[in-house]
Design a protein around this ligand. Structure first.
Ligand code: SF4
Length: 379
């Protein structure tokens, strides 16, 4: 098997940018290829961030584009929007991601063994985009567990237990090895009707294994991978096996600030006042300025902070056909003064409620929906 390529997608968001910096600085021997799938509808801050990154990394961030766009003068989003005859993408019909992100990505990989690095943080629960192609393997350097679920599912499959035990045996002895045995003997089902139970059992086995030693666990997984067709199977060693770092949101901001790359301006909180009550808003994500995953308060942020972009977003809607960015409400309706007031007050209430319960960060509140959003666009 050929040696794998090491690739990193820059979405324009903070996490993928910080990941590129972190890996470049910590693992200079890995030859990373960086790419960006441009929809032509990003905020200016995204393009600035990519330019700053290119300077820092001393490498180009390759702009991926589908063949059919090469002869078109339209921005990629507009080209496909026309071909869909004005049918807007939505969480249920995400043609934008499929055509502008996944298609060029798979062409870029071109069937070659590839390790793709993903910037999901240690304080997040989501998994991120996992390719179904066997030649692409995802690695999550910011998490305690760097491996993807598909790898873990195979690793903890009782059919592989004997082999896995022999790998663990090289790294754990005595009590620790007995504990590994207990972990692997914990029941697990792979019945498709019990997916939640499978996920829970894998998580338990994973966390207990990691508690016994992260580098030891990583080495056992790596040995196991060598018996498979995963891209890393061809590597003699893998630089990240001893990595025990866990990076959370504050670390990401710190990396961006300390390296001088800077945090995209749209993450900065802006104060507003309504009916004597004070609130704050910001944008929680990168991606298209009109992305349908954004919350209503983010639409109001766009209207008040980038009115020209809001007007542009309105132009894509066809309210008669119910083609609106927000379900059952046009962008024109969303900016009626009373509606703006209602959205802002609702946001203030929700923020207070969540602040009293959990995280003090506005971004945590805004990012609640991001977890269900587009993992290829917002990292
Ligand atoms: S940012 Fe939103 S609108 Fe743009 S491609 Fe991603 S999911 Fe689609």
């Amino acid at each position: 098997m050929n040696k794998p390529r090491h690739i990193l997608g820059i979405s324009g968001g903070k996490d993928s940018a910080a990941l590129a910096i972190y890996l470049n600085d910590k693992y200079p021997t890995l030859n990373f290829e960086y790419y960006f799938c441009d929809t032509g509808k990003e905020l200016d801050e995204t393009y600035e961030l990519i330019a700053n990154l290119e300077n820092y990394l001393g490498k180009k961030v390759l702009k991926l584009e589908n063949e059919e766009l090469k002869s078109s003068k339209d921005a990629p989003f507009d080209y496909y929007f026309k071909s869909f005859r004005g049918y807007l993408p939505s969480p249920q019909a995400r043609w934008c991601t499929a055509l502008m992100k996944l298609k060029p990505f798979e062409k870029f990989v071109n069937g070659e063994p590839t390790v793709s690095y993903v910037g999901i943080r240690g304080d997040e629960e989501r998994e991120g985009y996992i390719s179904r192609e066997s030649n692409i393997q995802s690695i999550f350097p910011f998490r305690r567990n760097i491996w993807s679920n598909d790898v873990l599912t195979k690793f903890f499959n009782p059919n592989n237990q004997e082999q896995v035990l022999s790998f663990f045996n090289s790294y754990h002895k005595g009590n620790k090895f007995d504990k590994v045995l207990d972990i692997l003997n914990e029941p697990i089902t792979f019945d498709l009707n019990y997916k939640a139970e499978t996920a829970k059992a894998i998580k338990l086995k994973l966390n207990t294994s990691l508690d016994l030693g992260i580098p030891e666990f990583n080495r056992a997984v790596f040995d196991f991978l060598k018996t498979t067709n995963y891209p890393l199977a061809s590597q003699v060693d893998f630089e990240l096996l001893d990595n025990e770092d866990v990076l959370v949101r504050d670390d990401i901001f710190k990396i961006l600030r300390e390296t001088g790359i800077g945090v995209p301006k749209y993450y900065e909180k802006i104060e507003f006042e309504v009916d004597g009550q004070k609130g704050e808003y910001a944008r929680s994500r990168s991606g298209c300025f009109f992305c349908f995953f954004q919350q209503k308060i983010e639409w109001i942020w766009l209207y008040e902070q980038h009115p020209e972009l809001y007007k542009e977003a309105i132009k894509y809607e066809n309210a008669d056909e119910m083609f609106t960015w927000v379900p059952n409400e046009s962008l024109q309706e969303l900016i009626e003064p009373l509606r703006i007031k209602q959205i802002k007050l609702g946001h203030i209430q929700r923020t207070k409620k969540k602040e009293s319960k959990s995280s003090p960060y506005l971004l945590d509140i805004l990012e609640d929906t991001e977890r269900d959003g587009c993992n290829t666009c917002f990292l």
